[in-house]
Write a protein that binds this ligand. Structure first.
Ligand SMILES: Nc1ncnc2c1ncn2[C@@H]1O[C@H](COP(=O)(O)OP(=O)(O)OP(=O)(O)O)[C@@H](O)[C@H]1O
Length: 463
């Protein structure tokens, strides 16, 4: 084995052993080079470093050993990019090997490129929400990878991950995160032509171009952008001409080294009705999830949002709210607004009691107990198995795993004891339930796809 070809071969090996999503998220962004007989692997940031060291280094070493007749070179991880051209596997982009520094900072209002108008008359600008910045985004386990990737893209648009694809449930901060990239790029490079657009609006622009026979102008405008942010790409489903136009736009922007950032509620290949050529292109760069935030992160978000409103929110009140409003950040924000309005109106200090009062109806609906039957049906539908399989003795993996997932969710979302859960799942022993919970916990740590499925189900059941 030529030492120069070691890394590409390692990648092949890893690709075969890991699921596509794990490979795309964690391995694809790495680049490597032989330096003084050491295989030096560059990782994008500290989070990656820790993750790769904990979870994948052993696997990389094994792959290298296999390819080097059992004697692999020493392996070193470093944060950053390779200084000389290296066998990069990072996101595909026109000038992927370039390592440009971010342009100098220059604070400015958030105003971006001219908007396309089919009539050709409008010079309306697209505005990003200036409060959607990296500074106002609370970071936690739920979004740390997505934020790190977003920061990387903001600092080197068109270079690091192209496209950056952010997915996650409703109201979890996808728009906030991608607009933070737009705001950052604008501040550092006010000349950059940036367009943030909701996918539905892009569909409307295609329709207008049809109506006014102005596809040339449409293309000229979109193809001239430096940074294109498209939110909720799942709205392209069933719109063939839109998908066709977007395919050309995507190719044109990537070929000229321009950055594309997309969001959706699902990973590309799970968006039914999206053309295969788009699905595969959307997976070229980096796909990152945003998960529902855990309690402490919800508390931090509440405190930060209250502070922005010049309110000092008592930590007990924040904890009370965070524990009781779990569906998503938008709901949490809505609840905070209600509490603040209530307090302003009644002129009372914010206490747990006044928060309870202000949120009475939300809490009443939120405290509706999730039933084990509801969990079994939701999980069965999600994995496309029969509800009866939740009770059956079948042990094939495609049945057993969803059943374990449902047991774990029942433990999380109800007050039922382990024996009671076992009974509800076909009279199983409580040790079986415990084993199921441990198995799913392990999966959530080591398998990003499974972790995502768990959080999607949790969100579905809580909302
Ligand atoms: N980590 C966070 N820190 C601070 N604010 C957040 C965070 N996550 C979400 N928010 C806030 O929650 C609200 C909803 O977020 P956003 O609109 O970005 O969600 P989304 O995932 O794009 O939702 P949708 O799927 O409905 O488009 C916004 O006001 C956003 O600022």
């Amino acid at each position: 084995m030529q030492i120069e070809t070691l890394w590409p071969h390692c990648l092949n090996e890893l690709q075969q052993n890991l699921g596509a999503s794990q490979f795309n998220i964690w391995i694809k962004p790495l680049s490597a080079q032989m330096i003084d007989d050491t295989l030096v692997i560059a990782v994008p940031n500290q989070i990656f470093l820790q993750f790769i060291r904990d979870r994948y280094l052993g696997m990389i070493e094994m792959a290298a050993a296999k390819l080097c007749a059992g004697v692999p070179p020493p392996i070193e991880l470093k944060v950053g990019q390779m200084s000389a051209p290296a066998p990069r596997v990072a996101a595909r982009s026109a000038n992927a090997a370039s390592d440009e520094a971010a342009p100098a900072a220059a604070a400015a209002p958030v105003k971006t490129g001219k908007r396309f108008d089919a009539g050709g008359a409008s010079h309306e600008t697209t505005r990003l929400n200036p409060s959607h910045s990296f500074e106002t985004l609370v970071t936690g386990k739920a979004n740390q990878v997505a934020r790190a990737a977003a920061m990387q893209v903001a600092e080197n648009p068109g270079v690091s991950y192209n496209p950056l694809f952010v997915y996650g449930g409703v109201g979890l901060g996808k728009t906030h995160l991608i607009q933070a990239i737009g705001n950052f790029v604008h501040q550092h490079n006010p000349q950059a032509k940036i367009r943030y657009i909701h996918a539905e609006k892009y569909v409307q622009d295609v329709v207008k171009a049809y109506q006014h026979k102005s596809f040339d102008e449409f293309k000229r405008y979109y193809h001239s952008l430096d940074l294109l942010l498209v939110d909720d790409i799942q709205f392209f489903v069933g719109k063939d001409r839109t998908q066709e136009e977007f395919f050309y736009l995507f190719n044109a922007l990537l070929e000229s080294g321009k950055q594309i950032i997309l969001t959706s509620d699902k990973i590309p290949r799970e968006i039914d009705g999206l053309q295969e050529r788009l699905t595969s292109r959307f997976s070229w760069g980096l796909i990152v999830p945003i998960e529902p935030p855990e309690t402490e992160m919800r508390v931090a978000i509440l405190l930060k949002k209250a502070e922005a409103e010049h309110f000092k929110l008592d930590a007990n009140v924040a904890f009370f709210m965070a524990k009781n409003i779990r569906s998503n950040v938008r709901e949490l924000e809505g609840a905070l607004k209600r509490v603040l309005a209530y307090v302003r109106f009644t002129n009372q200090p914010i206490t747990v009691e006044s928060a309870k009062e202000a949120l009475r109806d939300i809490l009443a609906s939120g405290n509706r107990q999730v039933s084990v039957e509801n969990i079994q049906k939701t999980v069965a539908d999600f994995y496309k198995i029969k509800v009866a399989d939740m009770h059956s003795k079948k042990r094939t993996r495609d049945i057993a795993r969803p059943r374990q997932m449902a047991m774990t969710l029942t433990k999380e979302l109800t007050q039922m004891s382990l024996p009671a859960i076992g009974d509800a799942f076909g009279g199983r022993d409580h040790t079986t339930v415990l084993h199921a919970c441990r198995t799913i916990e392990e999966f959530r740590k080591n398998d990003s796809e499974m972790a995502h499925q768990y959080s999607v189900l949790l969100q579905m059941l809580r909302s």
